[in-house]
Design a protein around this ligand. Structure first.
Ligand code: GDP
Ligand code: MN
Length: 379
């Protein structure tokens, strides 16, 4: 789960990080009122869950109130990478001298948290990483001991010899580590971490991504969730207890169990097709889940065939078949459906599916190949 910059900044500030004054607004008048309260030049910043807002025109400097009005009207309602801006952060404009990158994320290779710092922070950090990776410094932290002050200091010295920057960055790194652990984050980032012309340092941008699987113990952060920023199908799936990830292919997959779902997608690829989604209906046998899952899959216009692959253990095949039949009746499914149901009560399930327009398949290979053929992808 992602939170907005203004929310991440609240959390960062509560841990003692230097964050410029600011408040969030949903209307132009509110934006103006906040700017008047702050006094002096401000930044008007789109609050959407995507990076690169600056380049997309979603971050503007406003010298005076007239400019605040102009930029807030332009940015509120703006579309940035498919998301509509509903909120702007009005924040004190900093006189920037230097821009650094400071972040901490879960490094899959070392299976540990890893600091990333660079003297080349700002809006082109991805480009820096690609073209001049030597400008990026990383350090893997052993989670048994946590981040140590000497490690943070050494990293900071690697990018600056300015005592104020080193001191501020060292503190920022150690604080980010604490936030990362306490909030079950997968990423915490300040880009840019700046040195102002007066020598002070500030977190001018803030990013915080939380591990979804830990949200149950992060009620304060979960309350910050902004569903308007998330894929509606993924939100609906989550509410129904389904794990769903939308992909780009044309074979809709409906499977029980994450492992079987991945194996099914592998097989679709192996036979030359492209899955339209990952969908795990989980371990319970509830026909309503199947109906919801079908609805979500069918909303995707790319889907040309649906592949059911169910291993009946706790999930009974006859229950799934009941859900399938109910879904097909309710939804007037416009694409062919291949059903492979195996395991507990499979005979009953097969019996139930007789005479319906579903295409039965006995093995995974057969089911996948048949689905591809029906989707027009067969060889
Ligand atoms: P992002 O594009 O989504 O990463 O948004 P940022 O908050 O990082 O802003 C993008 C860029 O705008 C920064 O890298 C800065 O160069 C610039 N910027 C942001 N805030 C300020 C500020 O207070 N003063 C000045 N002078 N520039 C700023
Ligand atoms: Mn940024």
């Amino acid at each position: 789960m992602k939170v907005h910059e203004y929310q991440a900044k609240e959390i960062f500030a509560s841990h003692g990080l230097p964050v410029p004054k600011g408040e969030v607004a949903t209307t132009v008048d509110e934006a103006v009122a906040i700017a008047e309260k702050i006094g002096g030049p401000v930044m008007v910043k789109a609050q959407v869950h995507v990076g690169g807002r600056g380049k997309a025109g979603g971050v503007k400097y406003a010298e005076d109130i007239e400019a605040v009005r102009k930029h807030a009207s332009a940015i509120l309602g703006m579309d940035i990478k498919g998301l509509t801006v509903e909120k702007v952060l009005i924040t004190e404009a900093m006189d920037i001298d230097e821009e650094y990158y400071v972040g901490l994320l879960m490094d899959r290779a070392s299976k540990s948290p890893m600091f990333i710092v660079s003297a080349a922070g700002g809006i082109d950090i991805e480009e820096v990483a690609r073209t001049t990776p030597e400008k990026i410094h990383t350090l893997v932290i052993d989670p048994r001991y946590g981040a140590q002050a000497f490690q943070a200091r050494r990293l900071a010295y690697g990018v600056s010899s300015d005592p104020a920057v080193v001191k501020g960055m060292t503190k920022a790194l150690l604080t980010l580590y604490r936030i990362y652990v306490e909030s079950d984050a997968s990423l915490v980032e300040i880009n840019p971490f700046i040195k102002a012309k007066d020598g002070s340092v500030w977190a001018v941008d803030a990013k915080l991504n939380i591990d979804d699987n830990a949200l149950y113990r992060q009620p304060k952060i979960e309350a910050m969730r902004d569903l308007s920023e998330e894929d509606p199908s993924e939100v609906e799936a989550k509410e129904a207890g389904l794990s769903f990830v939308k992909l780009e292919g044309n074979v809709g997959c409906l499977v029980n169990g994450a492992g079987l779902a991945m194996a099914t997608m592998d097989l679709v690829k192996y036979f030359g097709g492209q899955p339209a989604n990952f969908l795990d209906i989980g371990g319970s046998s509830n026909p309503d889940k199947v109906v919801t899952a079908m609805k979500i899959i069918l909303r995707d216009e790319n889907v040309k065939a649906i592949l059911f692959n169910i291993f009946g253990g706790i999930t009974r095949c006859d229950d799934v078949a009941a859900g399938l039949i109910k879904a097909v009746e309710m939804l007037d499914v416009p694409v062919p459906i291949v059903a492979r149901l195996t395991g507990t009560n499979e005979e009953e399930a097969r019996e139930m599916l007789k005479g319906t327009k579903l295409h039965p398949a006995a093995t995974m290979d057969e089911a996948v190949q048949l689905a591809l053929e029906l989707a027009g992808e067969g060889k």
